[in-house]
Write a protein that binds this ligand. Structure first.
Ligand SMILES: Cc1ncc(COP(=O)(O)O)c(C=O)c1O
Length: 483
């Protein structure tokens, strides 16, 4: 019977830890036999897991067995080499171990003094990431819980910088209130609209600039929209440009967008959550947009650099702007700063913050710049191989080609040449379902100008060329049985 006070003995922790590590090892050694996902019945699943809260503590082996038997089978295995949905996120082994260490130390880096080396290490990894993405290292920066939050925080600072009254004091509805506007392309991630909702800017004040035939924000229309709004008395707060759009991994042209922003004195926020960290991959041939022109930038190591969720970096080269918006220090959080220290709680609304820097430090050190580069190159090669396979097959198209390891596929068999777009959309949607239900691979979708497309994102550290051949065979099987 477990004790009713105190924690496990450290020796028990080690014993259970070994059991857990052995199970994880087995999982990864046989991962290709694990279905990536399986169809589920929500009621059955809830029924299976809905047990009463135990009165007395249970033995760990039982909890671990239940986890593998009752929980794991109905997870979608995001960390599987055949997972290609959304933007796949991948946790490498050093990242997994770092999460354990982080939990063991359980430090809070809200103030510099509450965890000095966690704060120092956060600055170190932020500098390293800035170097990889090509953003000025002397910017303000912090690790946050996802790109959506990073964009929200950046746009909060942009809003306060743009409005000529004290928004912190008066809010968005005081006597000096003005209509604030955001500009982004029709391809931007929904996090921009969510930020507008949260910041009191309002969805109707998000101006969606149409994109061109390569899914890039139209510069002429952006310029016209801002000029029109200025003339109408609106306050342009920020342009949000994207490097690596969600549907097709397109990239807005940052340099001319930044010139427009400079002309109108508007903040440029660069959402490079997906694309920004591919900047140093050799196979991108330097073709990644120069993110350093952004007043603020978000990049997501969780999407590209094999760091477990969540791992997002927000940068702001307008030093002090984040603190102008978010710094608020009650007596119980005061601290004295010496030697260039500061408190991370000043840069966002979040107070308590975990030690996110450690997993970045471990992963970046374990693989090094060269190791990361070759892994990103490998992912791009896999995507090129998939595009090559599609190009060599008369029934498949790969519309909106990208340099990033995201492949859009559309099945359009010759005998359906006359079929209308809706019929093909339905066929492609059935392929996604069929493939995902098979457990052989997992993909997601989007709807672009060519219609419904199957999105295949390649970012798992374990995915091999053989996996791509298997994926191609599985896609074709799913296509055949969906006809
Ligand atoms: C371009 C882009 N920006 C932002 C996000 C939001 O990222 P997060 O899930 O970290 O909030 C995504 C998510 O895929 C994205 O594709």
């Amino acid at each position: 019977m477990p004790e009713t006070t105190g924690d496990w003995a450290p020796a028990d922790f080690e014993r259970h830890g070994r059991e857990l590590l052995a199970t994880i090892r087995q999982h990864f050694e046989g991962v290709r036999d694990v279905p990536v996902a399986r169809p589920y019945d929500a009621a059955e699943l809830m029924g299976r897991l809905h047990t009463a809260l135990p009165e007395m503590g249970e033995e760990f082996p039982r909890i671990l067995t239940d986890t593998w038997e009752k929980v794991v089978p109905d997870l979608v295995h995001w960390n599987h080499p055949a997972f290609h949905g959304y933007f796949s996120t991948c946790a490498s082994f050093p990242g997994m171990l770092a999460e354990t260490m982080t939990a063991a130390l359980n430090v809070n880096s809200m103030l510099w003094k509450t965890s000095p080396s966690a704060s120092a290490l956060e600055q170190v990894v932020l500098r390293w990431l800035a170097e990889l993405a090509g953003y000025p290292g002397e910017s303000d920066g912090l690790l946050v819980g996802g790109a959506s939050l990073a964009t929200l925080y950046a746009l909060g600072a942009a809003r306060d910088a743009a409005l000529d009254y004290d928004v912190r004091e008066e809010g968005m509805s005081g006597p000096h209130a003005k209509v604030a506007r955001l500009y982004t392309s029709d391809q931007a991630h929904s996090s921009v609209e969510k930020a507008a909702i949260t910041l009191g800017i309002g969805l109707r004040n998000v101006v969606k600039i149409p994109s061109d035939d390569q899914y890039r924000m139209r510069l002429d229309l952006l310029e016209q929209a801002i000029a029109h709004d200025v003339a109408s008395g609106f306050v342009p707060v920020a342009v949000v440009a994207t490097v690596g759009t969600t549907s097709v991994a397109a990239a807005d042209s940052l340099e001319p967008i930044s010139a427009i922003c400079r002309r109108f004195g508007v903040w440029l926020h660069v959402d490079a959550a997906y694309g920004g960290l591919y900047a140093f991959a050799s196979r991108m041939d330097g073709a990644v947009e120069d993110v350093s022109v952004g007043d603020s930038l978000v990049v997501n190591p969780q999407k590209a650099l094999f760091v477990p969720l969540d791992s997002t970096a927000l940068y702001c080269r307008r030093r002090g702007a984040l603190a102008n918006t978010y710094r608020l220090v009650p007596e119980y959080l005061t601290s004295v700063h010496t030697g260039g220290t500061f408190d991370f709680m000043d840069l966002s609304p979040q107070l308590g913050r975990g030690f996110r820097a450690l997993k970045l430090w471990w992963v970046l050190r374990s693989f090094g710049r060269e190791g990361l580069r070759s892994r990103l190159d490998h992912a791009i090669e896999l995507a090129d191989r998939l595009r090559e396979l599609a190009a060599g097959h008369p029934d498949w198209q790969s519309p909106a080609p990208s340099r990033y390891p995201l492949v859009c596929l559309r099945y359009a068999p010759g005998d359906r040449a006359g079929a209308d777009a809706e019929v093909l959309d339905g066929l492609n949607a059935r392929i996604v379902k069929e493939l995902n239900d098979s457990g052989e691979a997992y993909v997601s979708h989007s709807v672009i100008r060519d219609g419904y497309v199957i999105r295949v994102s390649l970012a798992n550290i374990h995915t091999t060329r053989e996996d791509i051949e298997r994926l191609w065979a599985a896609l074709n099987r799913a296509a055949k049985s969906s006809r």
